[in-house]
Design a protein around this ligand. Sequence first.
Ligand code: IPD
Ligand code: CA
Ligand code: CA
Length: 256
Amino acid sequence: MKALENIAVRAARKAGDYLLQSTEKLGQFKAESKGANDYVSTVDRKAESIIINTIARNYPDHAILAEESGSHGEHEYQWVIDPLDGTTNFLHGIPHYAVSIAVRHKGRTQVGVIFDPVRNELFTATRGSGAQLNNQRLRVSRAQSLRDTILSTGFPFRNKRRMPEYQRIFNALFEDCSDMRRAGSAALDLAWVAAGRVDGFWEFDLSDWDTAAGALMVSEAGGMVGDLSGNPGFDKADSILAANPKLYKVILQKIR
Ligand code: IPD
Ligand code: CA
Ligand code: CA
C-alpha cells in the first residue's frame, strides 16, 4: 500500500503545483467574458492528465474513474480522481481548492491523498495505518454534543429544488452548533474533519471523486462517515455526513 500512496502523493503534488502556477494567469482571462471559464476547464483537464500519466507510468493496467475523463479500464485496483476540487473558488481567485486521489481495491478505498497546494498541506491516509497531515498524525475532534462545534457544509447549488430539505436540516443543526462554514471544497471539508479543525461535515449529492479520499481520511482519523439517514454506505447515497462517532449520532438525532 505504501507504494500506491507514494504514487498518489507524487501525482497530487505535481497536479497541485500546476494548479498553483495556473492561478497566476487567471487574471488575464478574467477580463474577457467566458475567458476565465474556458481557461479553468483547460486547467482542470490538464491537471487530470498530469495525474493519470503519473499513475499510468507506474500502474499501466489499473482502472481509472476521473471527474473530467470518466471511467476507463477494468482492474481490481481503481484510482478515483478529482483533479481540482473547488473549481468555483479557483475561478474566482479564492485560494481554497485541492487535488483528491483515492485508490480502491475491489471497491474498497485503501489509500486517500488530498493536497492543498495553496497551504502546502498534504493529507494522506492508508487503511489501517491512520491519517496524517504533512506526516503528523490526525485525530477528529472530541466534541460530544453540538455545543461549541463548527460544522462545515456545502449548499445544493446544482439542485436548488433540494433547498427546503437542506434548510430544514441546516435550521435544526444551526440551533445547537456554534457556527457553520461553507468553504467550497468537499475534499478539504472532509480532510479538515479528519484534522479536527471542524467538528463535522454534511452535504447533499456529492460524487465519488469528491469524497473517496476524504472519507478514508475521516475514518482513519477515528471518525465516522455515512449519510444523513444514518446508513454507513454513502457511496451511492444522496448525502454524506462525517463526524466523530458520538457527534455523528447526535446530529442524526437532531435532524430526525
Ligand atoms: C465541488 C466542491 C464543492 C461542493 C460541490 C462539488 P468541484 O467540486 O467540492 O464544495 O459543494 O458539490 O461538486 O466541482 O469543484 O470539483
Ligand atoms: Ca469535486
Ligand atoms: Ca473537480
